[in-house]
Design a protein around this ligand. Sequence first.
Ligand code: E4P
Length: 216
Amino acid sequence: MKIFIDSADIKEIREVAGWGILDGVTTNPSLVCKTGRPFKECVQDILAAVNGPVSVEAVSTDSSGMIKEGEDWAKLDPDKVTVKIPMTVEGLKAVCGLTERSIKTNVTLVFSMNQALLASRAGATFISPFVGRLDDISQDGMDLIHDIVGMIDDYGFDTEVISASIRHPLHVIESIRAGCHIATIPYDILLKMTKHPLTDAGIKKFYEDYQKIPRT
Ligand code: E4P
């Protein structure tokens, strides 16, 4: 499973890129807002820091506006820029238009199999089911990931599934079990994924024993 970071914080992104495990980045207007920085400046820094797709959200409500935004963002880096399109009828039209222009898309705010089917048929490069937000309303988000990954496999669609709105390390493990293509993971959860108490205990014991080895 590929690993994206769900962040617009350039320090976090640069640090995780330095771990050698980062395949891409997803942002959204709320994440950019948290940085306090201008949108374009933020996106330019992320594009420079990462070798892989960088999702940037279109905020227009009509398809022609979304396509125009997508074309403008793609000028910054046609290989990396992926236009995040909300799952609406206008969004589906925009996905078709951007696909015709060879611009990558990530259909976001996907909460059902039907939405996933429509987005895949429209030609989305990626679709992002939001696991945590479904859990929040007492619907099992991981069930949706299992169902969508199964559908993509059964029908041989090219669309890749991004497990999004991840809230804890178990969501990542379940995404792997579901055969999801990608998980987009917040920085704090990526850090938690590196930890295990037995690793810490093992390092401590090896260090203590190393100190007891006679020096010649
Ligand atoms: C994905 O692309 C979204 O940016 C993100 O995963 C949303 O997560 P949230 O529900 O924690 O805001």
